[in-house]
Design a protein around this ligand. Structure first.
Ligand code: 13P
Ligand code: SF4
Length: 362
């Protein structure tokens, strides 16, 4: 048995330990700290194996909002850990590697979004959760890949919508909701002529999904003609038009339960795990090259180091956090994952449960 007190100085020192020992350290330290490990579906399989909760961006945000743990270790990318902190400001939120950012999120800055808003004074801003806390703070509401269409449809059909930062998810949502669509690169000097109810999309994208191409899909279909095709909405429109299902990573997990043959257009981490889970099914990556290097920055060694040293802690200035929280809560409320407390519930909460008939412990 390992001596848990034996903290090593660097992630590199942990990397020299056998995987079994790393797992044992992670589990014991996690219990000591009352920590929970949240793992995105794109994590390495060994990280997924030690995660308390696996999921897509929506599921992870809901889990972050609900957990009673004192510490959340987020195995994902930076915006996901920020989301956990936004929803659970009293908890310590840790990331095993601070460099695990999301290039799509980095397409748009709060300044850039403020400039766009200034050009469309009456417009509402919908921000994909793959965005920084500062950008969320400038938004009316957030969305994820699983609820973007629902969020778009929650606005009046004639209201202009600014959608950041993913042009592909924006275009897919525009198609599904019957709204006109254009990107910020197509905006001219004047915005007078923009059609009523249009979605104006920031011209950002995910390099992993935007790189999936028709030739790869054609080849996969040639080899597996009976397989159904499921593709993530961060992919390009020409691919989505040929998919049987367009959906988030969590819903892909449910589809793999129900189908024996699937071609899956998303990051490899999800497919690797599904193949382990269903060794007798034919679950084929649309592209073997669809790997998010940022997601893969998290390793067992860095996770063990992170728990032992309680690093890297994520922090957000309170004014930014509170405004970003409003945009996230709006989305969670719409998706049934969270509702505002009734005045009675809020009063009970504020009174420290006095009226709830509990045991009266402090
Ligand atoms: P979901 O987990 O919401 O499907 O999004 C995938 C993604 O690219 C997250 O970075
Ligand atoms: Fe960002 Fe794409 Fe990686 Fe998701 S897969 S974290 S959107 S770069």
């Amino acid at each position: 048995m390992i001596q848990i007190a034996d903290i090593l100085p660097t992630p590199l020192a942990y990397a020299a330990l056998p995987a079994d020992e790393l797992r044992e350290r992670i589990i014991r330290r996690k219990m000591e700290l009352n920590a929970v490990i949240l793992g995105h579906n794109y994590q390495r399989v060994e990280i997924q194996a030690v995660s308390d909760f696996l999921g897509d961006s929506l599921g992870l945000s809901q889990e972050a909002a609900d957990t009673d743990a004192d510490v959340i270790v987020f195995c994902g990318v930076h915006f996901m850990a920020e989301t956990a902190k936004i929803l659970s400001p009293e908890k310590m939120v840790l990331m095993p590697d601070l460099r695990a950012g999301c290039p799509m999120a980095d397409f748009v800055t709060a300044d850039g979004l403020r400039q766009l808003k200034a050009r469309f004074p009456g417009a509402a801003v919908i921000t994909y959760v793959n965005s920084t806390a500062e950008v969320k703070a400038e938004s009316d509401i957030c969305c994820t890949s699983s609820n973007a269409v629902e969020v778009v449809n929650s606005f009046a059909p004639d209201r202009t919508l600014l959608f950041v930062p993913d042009r592909n998810l924006a275009r897919y949502s525009a198609e599904r909701s019957g709204r006109p669509y254009l990107t910020t690169s197509q905006l001219g000097a004047s915005v007078e002529a923009i059609p009523e109810g249009a979605i104006v999309a920031w011209d950002g994208y995910c390099y992993v999904h935007d790189d999936l191409v028709l030739d790869e899909l054609a080849e996969a279909k040639r080899r597996y003609p009976n397989a159904k095709v499921v593709i993530h909405p961060e992919a390009r429109g020409d691919l989505l038009a040929r998919a049987d299902f367009v959906t988030s990573t969590a819903k892909m997990v449910s589809l793999a339960e129900d189908h024996d043959e699937l071609i899956i257009g998303t990051e490899r981490g999800l497919i690797d795990r599904l193949r382990q889970q269903y060794p007798n099914k034919t679950l084929v990556p649309l592209s073997g090259a669809a790997i998010c290097g940022n997601m893969k920055m998290n390793t067992l060694a860095k996770l063990a180091w992170s728990l032992d040293h309680q690093k890297h802690e994520v922090s957000i200035p309170e004014d930014v956090r509170a405004r970003a929280e409003a945009a996230l809560r709006g989305m969670l409320e719409l998706s049934g994952g969270w509702r505002a407390p009734t005045p009675e519930e809020a009063a009970i909460e504020a009174a420290g449960m006095e009226g709830a008939g509990g045991c009266g412990c402090a």
